[in-house]
Design a protein around this ligand. Structure first.
Ligand code: CA
Length: 221
């Protein structure tokens, strides 16, 4: 999942980015509101983590602007403003949730999982597609009842396919979900990860749709 992080505090931004990256997310981090708005128009993200006190504009303006432009991107607000009116204003303006600073990183990750799940209309943290099951909180992956150890990008790729089980995801789309802005990426990176996943999960689960991309086969055994 690719996350748009908007936070101008360098230490906090770096801490969040590190924690998210370790948790197999791809992160694009901006410190200014107008860069974030631009990024939403140009790229596709699974969620946004938005600080309210930004150097160039109030995070509320970013939020209201995106909702006015009909963006349904799940948005989690980070705020040091603990006045209840502020929180109500944020939620009414279309935020999906908020976290008060200072916060625990594990709680932030849990809330992020909740808003992305909700956006998919999913209640459980366990994703199941046929004989495949993925626990989003523990990252435990099991195939035909056996645990499988995956690398970070392999996990991220499999998770994207499992989040859209009946959809063909194109190679450029998968690439953009796995690699952030300015990240070095080999032209065959997605194929290489698919190759490794097939070695671990068998050949039939990830189907190649010629000329388009990949999708999971629910009936694979
Ligand atoms: Ca700030």
């Amino acid at each position: 999942m690719r996350i748009l992080l908007v936070e101008d505090d360098p230490l906090l931004g770096d801490g969040i980015k590190t924690a998210l990256t370790r948790d197999a997310y791809t992160v694009d981090w901006f410190t200014k509101g107008h860069h974030a708005i631009e990024a939403v128009h140009n790229e596709s993200f699974s969620a946004m983590i938005l600080d309210l006190g930004l150097p160039d504009m109030d995070g509320m303006v970013v939020l209201e602007g995106l909702r006015k432009a009909s963006s349904s991107l799940p948005i989690l607000i980070l705020t040091a403003r603990d006045a209840v009116e502020e929180r109500i204003r944020g939620l009414d303006a279309g935020a999906d949730d908020y976290v008060l600073k200072p916060f625990n990183l594990q709680e932030l990750l849990a809330r992020l999982r909740v808003i992305t799940r909700r956006a998919e209309g999913r209640a459980s943290q366990i994703l199941t597609v046929g004989a495949l099951s993925i626990d989003e909180a523990s990252h435990n992956v099991s195939w035909q009842g056996h645990d499988v150890a995956l690398g970070r990008r392999e996990y991220a790729l499999l998770l994207e396919l499992a989040r859209h089980p009946d959809k063909v995801l194109s190679r450029p789309r998968l690439e953009s979900l796995l690699y952030g802005w300015g990240e070095e990426v080999a032209s065959n990176a997605v194929e290489v990860h698919v190759h490794h996943l097939r070695k671990k999960l068998g050949k039939s689960l990830i189907m190649t749709v010629r000329g388009i991309g990949y999708r999971l086969d629910r009936h694979a055994t």
